[in-house]
Design a binder for this molecule. Structure first.
Ligand code: SAH
Length: 213
């Protein structure tokens, strides 16, 4: 699985202009037990480079996109990171391998609770799961060194940008749901100005409710 993902990463380097994936992210990919985060029926497929259904019409993202998103935020061991869309907990686990603390928000209570339980069983003590609307972020824990949004938004939610530290990075798929979106890397400079770079076309499930944009 790791080799397959690395090959894809190398192929898209031309497209994205990215350097090689950092060694800590590569190590995290090999470490996170994806088969323990997917439903039992999907376990045989856990190490393919594909998204998989996790119930409630939601999916666990493709390992490549999870690794890429983790790498794009330039994670540091002291970072506190916010994730929107806990889903299976896989992206949260990847982040938890390379940063100090992960705060993750899931709007579907059953999914969030199940992910929380599984992440605990896997031994992660640095992930906090909250059931709620990710459009609002997590003001009590803000500001964050980085934010990873794992559901598609029509535009960058203002509350999330406000909760990003100066110098921080956000990865977010932006575009209409049901269509291809653009995975954006937003960087907030030390004066608080945000710039964005389109990384590659992706297809994520939508961030709901859309009225919260
Ligand atoms: N990061 C996940 C995959 C996410 S799929 C993983 O690694 O498995 C997107 C998730 O975002 C779904 O679980 C969906 O329920 C959740 N979601 C959608 N809108 C949301 C919102 N407004 N706030 C928080 N979570 C949301």
């Amino acid at each position: 699985m790791v080799l397959e993902v690395e090959a894809m990463y190398a192929e898209t380097r031309g497209l994205t202009g990215l350097a090689a994936m950092s060694p800590p992210v590569r190590a995290a990919l090999g470490k996170v037990e994806r088969h323990r985060l997917v439903p039992a029926a999907q376990q045989g497929l856990a190490y393919r480079n594909h998204p998989l259904p996790i119930g409630q019409g939601q999916t666990i993202s493709q390992p490549y996109i999870v690794a890429l998103s983790t790498d794009l935020i330039a994670p540091q061991p002291h970072h506190v990171v916010l994730e929107i869309g806990t889903g299976s907990g896989y992206q949260a686990a990847m982040l938890a391998e390379v940063v100090s603390r992960v705060c993750t928000i899931e709007i579907i209570s059953s999914l969030g609770k199940e992910a929380e339980e599984k992440l605990k069983q896997l031994g992660y003590r640095n992930i906090e799961v909250r059931i709620g609307d990710g459009y609002q972020g997590w003001p009590e824990k803000a500001p964050f060194d980085a934010i990873v949004v794992t559901a598609a938004a029509p535009r960058v939610p203002a509350a999330l940008l406000a909760q990003l530290k100066p110098g921080g990075k956000m990865v977010i798929p932006v575009g209409a749901s049901g269509q291809t979106q653009e995975l954006l890397l937003i960087t907030k400079d030390l004066e608080g100005r945000a710039t964005q770079k389109a990384i590659l076309p992706v297809r994520f499930v939508p961030l709901v409710p859309r009225s919260g944009a």
